[in-house]
Design a protein around this ligand. Structure first.
Ligand SMILES: Nc1ncnc2c1ncn2[C@@H]1O[C@H](COP(=O)(O)OP(=O)(O)OP(=O)(O)O)[C@@H](O)[C@H]1O
Length: 267
């Protein structure tokens, strides 16, 4: 990976689902080490943009490169290796209900085929500890877990191969305010510890303020603004105005710094 090249490079992408144009000539670059937040109204195409970056959706025009590899036409082995370099936290956690916590987190290691059982045990238990779960939680089934714990297990599974890139789809959706704050702190800590590049879709202004280095705002089938929170928040656009409505006092750089500090202080 050359220094300075974006980790993700979306170039003039047009996406059509059914007969609907979702994105028109959309471009976005994500740099190494940054947290990029994607915001937009309901149905504006945020999840579809994430799915393009994961190779789960193909554009009708334009291209998507991740770690320098074009997703649409790569060799299957190359794409498999690229996929092992990212983790994904889906909105609902997407745990297998018939598997316990240990087995859910171990899945990506088992898929590699050649990891010895003792090492799988060690790696899974270490990852559970890293996301703030207890050893005793390993034997629980998803049905026995709280919403916050499910997110932690899903995060442990997303990070079990120590990927440099993490995708988060609405990471705090469905959590109460206290669990949401704890989860944001956890992501922030892991991001620093593992030097992660993060792409997240979020509706939540607190999550955005706490984590995002840059924001990409989707509306009208394109990105109407891309930049640091403080810059995007003042862009004249009806969606952006509504999104940040009521938060005007919080988006200048000093307020954001104090907000992030207050989260760390109550850790
Ligand atoms: N397979 C599909 N075929 C046709 N249209 C689809 C398909 N999947 C999604 N859509 C439509 O594409 C648009 C974008 O969907 P997407 O899920 O990317 O939006 P979103 O911004 O993530 O929305 P939300 O915030 O509500 O989750 C929506 O209007 C949706 O109804």
């Amino acid at each position: 990976m050359n220094e300075g090249l974006p980790i993700i490079d979306v170039q003039r992408v047009t996406t059509v689902l059914g007969r609907v144009v979702i994105h028109r000539q959309l471009s976005l670059q994500v740099k190494a080490g940054e947290v990029m937040a994607i915001i937009g109204g309901s149905g504006s195409g945020k999840t579809t943009l994430l799915r393009l970056m994961l190779g789960l959706e193909r554009p009708v025009a334009g291209r998507v490169k991740v770690f320098g590899h074009e997703l649409a036409d790569g060799e299957p082995e190359v794409l498999a290796r690229v996929r092992n370099r990212w983790g994904v936290l889906f909105q609902q956690g997407a745990l297998f209900s018939s598997l316990n916590v240990f087995e859910n987190v171990a899945l990506p290691l088992r898929e590699l085929k050649n990891v010895p059982a003792a090492m799988i045990g060690e790696l899974v238990m270490h990852k559970l500890e890293q996301v703030g779960l207890q050893a005793a939680d390993a034997r629980k089934r998803p049905a026995e877990l709280s919403g916050g714990m499910i997110k932690r297990v899903a995060l442990a599974r997303a990070l079990i191969l120590d990927p440099p890139l993490l995708f988060l789809d609405e990471p705090t959706a469905g959590l109460d305010p206290a669990s949401s704050k704890q989860f944001v702190r956890l992501i922030e800590g892991l991001r620093d510890e593992m030097k992660l590049t993060v792409v997240m879709v979020t509706h939540d202004v607190d999550t955005l303020f706490a984590l995002a280095d840059r924001v990409a705002a989707l509306a009208d089938r394109r990105l109407v603004a891309v930049g640091p929170v403080a810059e995007v928040a003042v862009v004249e656009h009806p969606f952006i105005r509504d999104f940040f409505l009521g938060h005007q006092a919080r988006w200048d750089e000093e307020s954001l710094r104090l907000f992030r500090q207050s989260l760390r202080d109550c850790a």
